[in-house]
Ligand binder design. Structure first.
Ligand code: SF4
Length: 320
């Protein structure tokens, strides 16, 4: 049976009334669409750190000694330690998560560009948007492989596709690790993701291949696997350009060279070009390739996640 894919999420995005003002920030796409594919594990760092609802709003405030998270109106209350340590409460569940969706702009959950106020000029200077929420920072530091994304960024089709792709790659990796990953499994995993990695960075594909080549005789397979997944998850964060995708599609098309007549080849080449020029989305050349591979199966290509990165019903390739 397929293990459910668990995704951590800021509670307010699921409609839970946990915000400082007693409201929520339900995100319909996350709840209705992604909710069909993922099992959400919701967590509100501020609530779990003992801040009630409603509560005075808190902000990131820069002091000479570092950034604190505090209330800025009335009596100043400092929650830096409480929120930094709250990750301990969700820690037992974190290894089972394959991704995490965070609420943007929050001094606890925001992943980037969170407002930071200068302690000496609280109301005289506008805040800089350079901060990261304390919980998000702890998550990043302790689980560097875990795919993270902010709900606001999921509105961008490329970032959304990239995030979902990383979740599925990471989930497949977690399943292998849970079964007791052997050297052969690492080799097969890398092979099955070859074209997916190529689309992100051809040079990194070669570097990762060199790592994998050591699997059979490496004295510490666990260490090698850690290096591999860390590097892979970093590479996959790079958004694949149309040029890189077209190059990958052309490589895959090479496996059909013997089987297609001139007309089919021309049509495929033209479709890849039309995709590269931005006239059609990625799903178009991929669908055409899959059509030809159904008629002329190639087991190696059949295993490539590039052509089937996640359930097609998510329709993410229709928008990139
Ligand atoms: S701490 Fe995070 S989950 Fe809780 S209300 Fe703020 S943004 Fe939402």
């Amino acid at each position: 049976m397929q293990t459910p894919i668990k995704i951590g999420i800021s509670s307010c995005l699921l409609g839970e009334l946990v915000r400082y003002d007693g409201a929520h920030k339900r995100n319909a796409y996350i709840q209705a669409t992604l909710g069909e594919y993922f099992e959400f594990v919701s967590f509100c760092p501020e609530l779990s750190a003992g801040l009630g609802v409603p509560r005075p709003p808190i902000h990131l405030v820069r002091y000479e000694q570092g950034i604190r998270v505090q209330t800025t109106k009335g009596e100043v209350k400092d929650y830096t330690d409480a929120i930094s340590q709250v990750i301990e409460q969700i820690k037992p569940q974190l290894p089972q998560l394959s991704g995490y969706i965070l609420k943007k702009d929050s001094p606890s959950c925001g992943m980037e560009r969170v407002k930071v106020y200068d302690a000496d000029y609280l109301y005289q200077r506008p805040p800089e948007k350079t901060g990261i929420g304390l919980f998000a920072a702890a998550l990043k530091q302790q689980y560097p492989h875990l795919p993270l994304e902010e709900e606001g960024r999921l509105g961008d089709p490329h970032l959304r596709e990239n995030f979902i792709q990383r979740i599925y790659v990471y989930h497949r990796w977690q399943q292998l690790v849970a079964q007791g990953l052997k050297a052969n499994d690492l080799v097969q995993f890398h092979s099955d993701h070859k074209y997916l990695i190529m689309a992100h960075n051809q040079d990194e594909l070669r570097q990762l291949g060199r790592l994998v080549a050591q699997a059979g005789n490496h004295t510490n397979l666990h260490e090698l696997c850690e290096q591999y997944i860390e590097r892979l998850m970093q590479v996959l964060q790079q958004i694949a350009t149309r040029g890189q995708q077209a190059n990958t599609l052309s490589h895959i098309m090479g496996y059909l060279r013997e089987h297609l007549d001139a007309e089919d080849k021309t049509e495929l080449v033209e479709m890849i070009q039309r995709y590269q020029q931005g006239y059609v989305p990625l799903i178009v050349p991929i669908t055409l390739l899959k059509h030809h591979f159904r008629r002329h199966p190639v087991p190696y290509i059949d295993r490539q996640y590039y052509l089937n990165p996640y359930p097609g019903e998510l329709m993410l390739l229709n928008q990139v």
